[in-house]
Design a binder for this molecule. Structure first.
Ligand code: CP
Length: 308
């Protein structure tokens, strides 16, 4: 698959469904150019962006910040714990304030699914919104960086066998990835506890036990067990989960020699996958984090192109 060059222009980035295949491939291409040292030429000299994280994050928050600084953007500090959120300010009013003071784009992570609807429907708010994760909804930039990592490895998506394994119902990463991987022609498989699987996923791929797919797929995409969304409902001990659903050292030995291991991280080591596999030869987990910076540069550039 050869990705054509084209300038991408976006108003917001809320879900992966909102992107065409051409836009996805264009963003991957642009991110690869940034990774190879390309410079960005934005329509205006100065843009202000704010990262509004209402849920914890290391990778998404900090890689957006690095991406913004690499693009020469003015990054507005925001910490929900010291902001007027503590006085009862709503998300809408926080973003309205950012818009009023001249912030061009906001990156938001929030526990409420679809938090962005009221923001983008507002006639007053002028900021572009980039979704950094909405509850158990979607995580579009994680999807894009995952696709970039797969594309760098294989150079195509059509017919590629990708297993998405683990806490599917709580994972916004899984929801973003299953849709876009299917649209790009990959064969998607699911595995993990049936309690964390939903029949609505059937349209995207087939459910199999991990032992039935580990020696057949090109990509083992392991998902984090989202302990914070299972409060009061811990169904498995760590060891039990690892042995029944995880990528153990024994299972990893059965993987195809060219197959890769992915995980959005943070990894619960020795739960989703054996500790030594995280930085092992078949792992692309570190590359995923690195690619996050470049894909976020490409997204920010497309958003600021959209403002012009
Ligand atoms: N993968 C991911 O979203 O990580 P953070 O929660 O650290 O941002």
């Amino acid at each position: 698959m050869i990705i054509q060059s084209q300038a991408i222009s976006l108003k917001h980035l809320l879900t992966v469904e909102s992107l065409s295949e051409a836009e996805v491939l264009g963003l991957i291409k642009r991110a690869s150019e940034f990774k190879a040292g390309a410079k960005c030429v934005l329509p205006k000299e100065k843009y202000f962006v704010a990262n509004l994280f209402f849920e914890n994050s290391t990778r998404t928050h900090k890689s957006f910040e690095v991406a913004e600084k690499k693009l020469g953007l003015e990054v507005i500090e925001f910490d929900a714990s010291t902001s007027s959120v503590q006085k009862g300010e709503t998300l809408y009013d926080t973003v309205l304030t950012m818009s009023a003071i001249g912030v061009d784009a906001v990156v938001i992570r929030h526990s409420a699914e679809h938090y962005y609807n009221e923001l983008v429907e507002s006639k007053t708010i002028q900021c572009s919104v980039i979704n950094g994760g909405d509850g158990s909804g979607q995580h579009p930039t994680q999807c894009l960086l995952d696709l970039m990592t797969i594309y760098q490895e294989f150079g195509y998506f059509e017919g590629l066998k990708v297993a998405i394994v683990g806490d599917l119902t709580h994972s916004r990463v899984a929801k973003s990835n299953m849709q876009m991987l299917k649209r790009l022609g990959a064969q998607v498989y699911f595995s993990g506890p049936l309690e964390w699987y939903d029949e609505s996923f059937e349209v995207y791929g087939k459910y199999l036990a991990i032992d039935e797919l580990v020696d057949k797929v090109d990509v083992m995409m392991m998902l984090r067990v989202q302990h914070e969304r299972h409060v009061g409902n811990q169904q498995f001990s760590k060891e039990q989960y690892h042995q029944t659903y995880g990528l153990t050292l024994e299972r990893a030995k059965r993987m195809l020699p060219h197959a890769i291991i992915m995980h959005p991280a943070p990894v619960n080591r020795d739960v989703e996958l054996a500790d030594s596999l995280v930085e092992g030869l078949q792992s692309r987990i570190v590359q995923q984090m690195t690619n996050g910076v470049y894909i976020r540069m490409a997204v920010l550039e497309a958003i600021l192109n959209g403002k012009a």
